[in-house]
Design a binder for this molecule. Structure first.
Ligand SMILES: [Zn+2]
Length: 288
């Protein structure tokens, strides 16, 4: 059964580890992540972007697939199904479809409008027993003419959004979605500490987890980050393993063209990536 992310994140915040949010794209992704979480006795958050939701034909399909797998694979660790970077309309659709958690990304709105829309969703999520992640808009990004520093949130705005009663907060601390440029100066722990000071025990969310050095991840967790989003890394692992299979000509030998064989190395690639992240985040064994 799906659960919201409140409990698992409160425990992570308290225990100084982080729960991995892994984006799903299809059956292989979902199965690989759920099985790895179960093997590692780790809580897990399955993230679904609006684009991936559309790709999988809609949120109801996603809910049906995830609920079915939890039951038929015998998954007993806590699993949250979470909308990633949702629009207001997307949030409404996922609430109706049976997600257990949503992210409302109002970061492109003015802080006033972000507050108003987040407030409405706080109310609905409380009624439905769902968890809600909010995002505070970026400041800077290209400050002082330096490109590639990443985005930074204003700690005071973080407090405004945190005080609305959201369950987790995404705030820019110099992190970047996708690839990090060579001149990236790293995460701003000064900003993170300032945000933590203003938001108390609020679990903080680190987006753009691919490519951040391990030491920085560990330090971010020690400063209140309790959820880390991983997407690109699983995609790269899947693509590399699939490429290797094809380049070795395995699809042309025997029944190597069978999708269940063709997609197997990529599936194992995702599993290995998820396990390595769970180790790094410290969530292994936390669901026992
Ligand atoms: Zn993100």
């Amino acid at each position: 059964m799906l659960v919201n992310a409140k409990d698992m994140l409160a425990k992570a915040r308290e225990g100084k580890y982080a729960v991995g949010h892994f984006n799903i794209n299809n059956l292989e992704w979902t199965k690989a992540i759920l099985l790895t979480a179960q093997e590692c006795k780790s809580p897990v958050i399955l993230g679904v972007s609006e684009g991936a939701g559309k790709y999988m034909t809609g949120y109801k399909t996603v809910v049906g697939m995830v609920n079915g797998m939890i039951e038929e694979l015998g998954i007993t660790v806590p699993v949250a199904l979470h909308l990633d970077h949702g629009s207001y309309e997307g949030c409404m659709k996922c609430i109706e479809a049976g997600f257990s958690s949503i992210m409302f990304d109002g970061s492109h709105y003015s802080i006033e409008e972000n507050v108003a829309k987040t407030q409405e969703l706080v109310k609905i999520c409380a009624e439905k027993g769902m968890s809600l992640e909010a995002e505070v808009g970026a400041i800077g990004g290209e400050e002082d003419g330096v490109v590639g520093k990443g985005e930074f949130a204003d700690p005071n705005e973080c407090k405004m959004i945190a005080d609305l009663g959201v369950d987790m907060l995404a705030a820019g601390i110099g992190n970047i979605h996708g690839k990090y440029p060579a001149n990236w100066p790293g995460l701003s722990f000064e900003t993170l500490a300032a945000i933590q000071e203003k938001t108390g025990t609020m679990p903080l969310v680190l987006h753009g987890g691919t490519g951040i050095p391990e030491e920085m991840i560990k330090k971010a967790i020690s400063l209140g980050v309790a959820k880390i989003n991983v997407n690109t890394e699983c995609q790269l692992a899947f693509a590399a393993a699939t490429r290797e299979y094809i380049e070795a000509g395995k699809d042309q030998s025997g029944k190597g063209y069978d999708p269940r064989k063709l997609l197997a190395p990529g599936f194992e690639g995702i599993k290995a990536t998820v396990k390595a992240k769970m180790e790094l985040f410290g969530s292994i064994g936390k669901a026992e």
